[in-house]
Design a protein around this ligand. Structure first.
Ligand SMILES: Cc1ncc(C[n+]2csc(CCOP(=O)(O)OP(=O)(O)O)c2C)c(N)n1
Ligand SMILES: [Mg+2]
Length: 558
């Protein structure tokens, strides 16, 4: 039976196990849309309002489920809108496949209408960027793309689909089953060497990252860390993968790294780094460890052979995935660590960090977050984009073993709302709470329509301070009293959310929050709470005025 390229593509995606996709339509891939029609929703197409939102949803879906998030967008304008999701999936090491329409092969290379050279544009942003020129090769390239997206260091793949290729007929058979990949397991000699190094260590630390953990394998890391008395630190925005209630958990090596985490990594003698990459945030801008030869002995365990040795020469590199590796860990003898007191001090410092002063704000986000910690279910999913407000879900929420955080390592504003919609698509029964700044929210608030259309509405907590707070803070520190480009005139967020069918309320005091939150949770339509927050309360411990004053007096003394 002959099929066209669109049908072959959709049949192959179904065989691989894809059930959800996110996209914005375009005339460049009508054959795919037509084939989706035939699936009767078996491959669901979540119709989004902007390709940036669609690509963020796919990136978040991949991060949450471990299956590639599938995204369909049109040529040039659609593809360039979607690029933010590709970049974010790459920095997050999250599996994703972006399908992009392409001009017909008869026009290519002429700068035809909406033409883009996808290999050139996405070549350095994605794990792989490819164009399918022959319809028969759709199954081969899809199989390779899916395998690449989920294996080694997971990440995004971009596939361009020339229009005439999609409408060509072929007798080629679609793929017939999913891709199954057994992760690399560590060798016995490598584990013996690791054992020697840990036995000889006085101040070992476990640093982990990545989103492709299984619950059982992280539980094995936790058992090992607890039995061996080794402190555990997460890289930027992966603190949800470890039970924060474990006495071994010492915090997140992320933006705004607290001194106790910085000291822990700086003073460590052996760092067992598992499934993470050494980006700028966990290394405090590449200052914590000497490049390329750190004083700390780094054992870098990663499923990709390209990870160990990137930036830092490891004392030992082990190619092993986050599933098989922890199962092979055997606890050190108790009391082996000479640094038990040292790590206990760091943990105590983390705990102290939860004591916050009252914030100078109508709604005090410290108290709001403490309330949420108490009332949210164990398997809650939190999401956020970028801005100072992220300190609340990222630094002040305690993630249990089942709670998840969808937050971009790329620091992309606008991720939180689409990620929350994707989380509701993936897990309709779970509570999903999006923290959004007023600037952050407005990057993708049009996706409330996507949420409405697909019955995938989250609860949105809008931290409304009227400013692009992060940038204002930098501004006051470097150019005090010279406000430029950081004050917003905002819409009526309550009216906006209601127009999308959401329950919405403005919350003007901390005392009003618990009841408003209960109404939000009870709402079947999703909810937005517009939280009135003072721009002064931009950080948990320093006000905007204090930043400005400190910068002015530093200028005077200079
Ligand atoms: C897509 C994107 N554009 C711009 C930035 C730069 N940026 C980082 S934080 C920020 C301000 C965020 O403002 P808001 O969401 O209101 O949060 P607040 O800092 O006020 O809490 C900006 C503009 C970014 N990270 N991502
Ligand atoms: Mg703001």
């Amino acid at each position: 039976m002959d099929r066209n390229g669109g049908q072959l593509l959709v049949a192959s995606l179904l065989a691989l196990g894809a059930r959800k996709s996110f996209g914005v339509p375009g005339e460049s891939y009508l054959a795919v849309l037509d084939a989706l029609h035939d699936t009767g929703g078996r491959l669901d197409y979540i119709l989004c309002r902007n390709e940036g939102g669609a690509a963020f949803m796919a990136a978040a879906y991949g991060k949450l489920t471990g299956q590639p998030g599938i995204c369909f967008v049109t040529r040039g304008p659609g593809a360039t809108n979607a690029s933010i999701g590709v970049h974010t999936a790459m920095q997050d090491s999250a599996p994703m496949i972006l399908f992009v329409g392409q001009v017909g092969t008869d026009m290519k290379g002429r700068e035809a209408f909406q033409e883009v050279d996808y290999r050139a544009v996405f070549g350095t942003m994605a794990k792989w960027a490819v164009e399918i020129d022959q319809v028969e090769r759709i199954p081969e390239i899809l199989s390779r793309a899916w395998t690449l997206a989920v294996s080694g260091r997971p990440g995004p793949v971009v596939i361009a689909l020339p229009e005439d290729m999609l409408t060509s007929l072929t007798a080629a058979a679609p793929l017939s089953g999913p891709v199954e990949i057994a992760e690399a397991a560590p060798s016995a000699p490598a584990m013996r060497r690791l054992r020697q190094m840990l036995d000889g260590a006085e101040r070992p630390v476990i640093l982990y990252g990545g989103c492709n953990w299984a619950e059982g394998s992280m539980a094995a890391v936790q058992r090992f860390a607890e039995a061996s008395d080794i402190p555990v630190v997460s890289v930027f925005r992966y603190q949800d993968q470890y039970d924060n209630g474990s006495p071994t958990f010492c915090g997140e090596a992320g933006v705004g790294m607290v001194p106790s985490v910085r000291d822990l990594l700086r003073e460590a003698d052996v760092i067992l780094a598992v499934n993470n990459r050494f980006g700028a945030n966990p290394t405090d801008g590449y200052t914590l460890f000497a490049v390329p030869q750190p004083r700390q002995r780094i054992v870098h365990v990663h499923g990709s052979d390209l990870a160990p040795g990137k930036v830092y020469r490891p004392a030992l590199g082990i190619q092993a995935g986050p599933q098989p590796f922890p199962e092979t860990l055997r606890a050190r003898e108790p009391g082996r660590s000479g640094g038990a007191q040292w790590s206990a001090d760091r943990r105590a410092a983390r705990e102290k960090g939860f004591d916050l002063p009252d914030l100078p704000s109508p709604v005090d986000m410290g108290k709001v977050t403490a309330h949420l910690n108490a009332v949210l279910p164990d398997d809650v999913i939190l999401t956020n984009g970028a801005g100072n407000f992220t300190v609340w879900p990222n630094k002040f929420f305690r993630f249990g073993a089942k709670a998840r955080l969808l937050a971009p390592q790329s620091g992309a504003m606008g991720y939180g709302v689409p990620a929350a919609v994707a989380a509701r698509v993936a897990h309709p029964g779970r509570t999903v709470v999006c923290f959004a700044g007023d600037g952050d929210f407005q990057m993708n608030c049009q996706e409330l329509a996507t949420a409405l259309q697909h019955g995938a509405q989250p609860i949105i907590l809008l931290v409304n301070n009227g400013i692009y707070g992060t940038i204002r803070a930098h501004q006051e520190r470097h150019y005090p009293e010279r406000v430029s480009g950081t004050t917003m005139v905002n819409p009526d967020f309550v009216a906006l959310a209601r127009s999308y069918g959401f329950h919405a309320e403005r919350v003007e005091s901390t005392a009003d929050f618990p009841a408003a939150f209960e109404r939000a949770r009870a709402s079947k339509t999703g909810a937005l709470l517009d939280l009135v927050v003072s721009p002064e309360a931009l950080t948990p411990r320093q006000t905007l005025s204090q930043m400005r004053k400190a910068a002015l007096s530093a200028k005077e003394t200079a």
